[in-house]
Design a protein around this ligand. Sequence first.
Ligand SMILES: *Cc1c(COP(=O)(O)O)cnc(C)c1O
Length: 376
Amino acid sequence: MADPSSLIRGEIRSIPPYNAGLTLEEVRATYHVDTIAKLGSNENPLGPSPALRRLFSDIGELARLYPDPQGRALCTRLAAGFGVDSRQVILGNGSEDLIGVICRSVVRPGDTVATLYPSFPLHEDYTALMGGRIERVPVTDDLTIDMAALLAAAARKPRMLMFSNPMNPVGCWLTPDELAAVIAALDGETLLVIDEAYAEYAVGDDYPSAIDMLREKDIPWVVLRTFSKAYGLAGLRIGYGIVGDGGLCDFFNRARTPFNTNAIAQASAIAALDDLAHLQQSVTAALEERERMRTALAAAGYRTAPSKGNFLFVDARRNASELAVALLERGVIVKPWKQPGFETFIRVSIGAREENDHFLRAFKDAESMATATPAK
Ligand SMILES: *Cc1c(COP(=O)(O)O)cnc(C)c1O
């Protein structure tokens, strides 16, 4: 038989498989550890709102019928919350689905998509899938956003400027003034996509309300949000986009599968929005634990980037992939960074207190096993 891979488009063959991290079952089977701190995927240790249990007693009826393909109840709810028209809301099977939908809708072969670097891999992968060209804007040496470079990239009028704010994996963020400068540098030729997967954690006056800043602006824009992180629904796969223009949103809806979000996820998202106390508790716990982790790592002599997310980007000063294996052997899952220039960094999620302590012990223990290379 002829090699079936010759059927596959070159863009797809050039994309590496997504590194989704290990499941608890895989780690148990491979590393023979019982207690595992799963700190590789930025999940919420508190899980979803307890209100979800009620829904699951109705699961038979939710499962039997096709879901509302528009997710109207959820879209109406989100639209009211953000003060936009419900025609400006699009739901995704996770916000990653919407990254794909947007790239399929706007990226033509050879188009440039500018993003921050180190990057969220899917921003690059879905661009590559459409034959687009990624232009990376690296962070500065002190792990903050290089505003001059970002504004220069915006001024070159890419087809799309897409980045996360707070930025995954580093945790840095654009302030209101910086976001205003980016918006001012753009015109109608560029779609601005701000992926706000961690917005709920980003408290404080130094983090902008992008939707408020963009709503009266005459440029095309999308803000992406998710229920996977602070709302604790990563397993149900639901996220959403607020699109500056309802007509543009209609086109994005044509580029998704009709029933991309399921009935259980839609109902669970509404229940999650109803339980503001659970969200606040999740955020407060994460911020307290993040500070405790940062302090402990700093005391041990490790540099972490300032973070507004539920994770820390840590310079382990040794090969991160090797360190990650040593941590797995000690029952801890983290994400070793592999992109050039950042191979000594791990991204560790802020878990429950015991998980974070488990990480700190394992990190120390793994350190004494290997001689760290001296700090730069
Ligand atoms: C986690 C994450 C997502 C994906 O979220 P889902 O809604 O689970 O698909 C998107 N963007 C960034 C930057 C993330 O970190």
